[in-house]
Design a protein around this ligand. Structure first.
Ligand code: UDP
Length: 329
């Protein structure tokens, strides 16, 4: 059996950490990326095939060349606000390109597929923690594009030999503990890197979006999951499919609700500096609390988060911010 795995979008944040985990587990991660948002420096654990995931001719050639045992599909646009302003981009890149990619998988008999889905597919939760049976009613084109991805997988796997695991990520954060890779987004919109950059004076301050939520300290609660844990979850999902596991959809979270204020306070403690904070209004579309029931991941994949304490997330994210400066990236 081949040990190659196609990692589409493997030059990005979660993709590159998954490549590291795949290599450590004895697989060869072959990255497919157009480098529009991914980074060539993040491709460190196997070869790069530069091209479009939605280009059927290119993808057919890549599959025939590497004969992978599975495919992990990360390549997508992932800015909620941008998706509202430019929904066509999200349908084109997250839906149309994914359909083309899945069609090639079906035609080439590449039947083990892992998909980066999102807790954004749930929309505004009616109850937390969220389990996989919670209704999926997205409130943005981004969330809808991920839900359509899940639905394509459902119907295509119903009609063809393809099997899949859709992994619904909560808030990916932190960085590789060895400092080899980490988060670099342009623009950066995520809380953890923004808080650290504010503490280091790279940004003037961090704006807290809303202090009047019905949570213990009035700020939103989220489920922060370390990107290294996300990497090992993909390896577990791949093994599950290789061993013949049935198609399924699984939350990847730590299961712990953490507030914006808690993130800021812990960052100040870890870095040993005050974080300049500006308290502002709520951001449109932010539910008060979003966190996972992570039990299914344990039962089906035997996976649990191990690196997702808030302290470890902030420590590794802080070290990565320093490393980035050294590397000039
Ligand atoms: N947040 C904030 N200020 C920022 C960015 C984010 O207060 O500059 C809050 C946001 O309202 C949410 C949490 O931090 O409650 C995490 O937001 P992020 O954009 O990192 O991830 P999301 O949960 O939206 O996927």
């Amino acid at each position: 059996m081949s040990n190659s795995v196609l990692v589409v979008g493997g030059a990005g944040y979660i993709g590159s950490h998954t490549c590291k985990a795949l290599k450590a587990a004895g697989f060869l991660p072959v990255v497919v990326d157009n480098l529009s948002e991914g980074h060539e420096w993040a491709v460190k654990f196997g070869p790069l095939e530069r091209g479009e995931a939605g280009d059927a001719t290119f993808m057919t050639e890549v599959i025939r060349k590497h004969k992978p045992v599975g495919l992990i599909h990360f390549a997508a646009n992932a800015y909620v606000g941008e998706s509202v302003a430019n929904p066509r981009k999200y349908i084109q890149n997250n839906v149309v390109a994914m359909h083309n990619l899945l069609s090639v998988c079906i035609d080439e008999n590449l039947n083990n597929v892992i998909f980066s889905s999102s807790c954004a597919t749930y929309g505004v939760p009616t109850q937390v923690p969220l389990d996989e049976e919670h209704t999926q009613l997205p409130i943005s084109p981004y969330g809808d594009s991920k839900l359509i991805g899940e639905k394509m997988l459902h119907w295509y796997s119903n009609a063809h030999p393809l099997r899949y695991v859709a992994l619904r990520y909560f808030n990916a954060s932190g960085a590789d503990a060895d400092g080899e890779i980490g988060e670099v987004h342009d623009p950066e919109t995520h809380l953890v890197p923004l808080v650290i950059q504010a503490a280091l004076g790279i940004r003037p301050s961090i704006s807290v979006f809303g202090t009047d939520y019905p949570t213990p300290d009035g700020t939103c609660q989220r489920d922060y999951i370390h990107v290294t844990d996300l990497g090992t979850a993909h390896v577990a999902a791949l093994r599950y499919l290789i061993e013949g596991g049935a198609s399924t959809r699984i939350n990847l979270g730590s299961g712990k609700p953490i507030s914006v204020k808690e993130v800021i306070d812990e960052a100040a403690r870890v870095i040993g500096r005050e974080v300049p904070v500006v308290y502002g209004p709520r951001r449109e579309g932010d539910p008060p609390g979003l966190y996972a029931n992570p039990l299914k991941a344990k039962e089906v994949l035997g996976w649990e988060s191990k690196h997702s304490s808030l302290e470890n997330i902030l420590t590794t994210a802080y070290q990565w911010e320093l490393r980035r400066k050294e590397l000039g990236i």
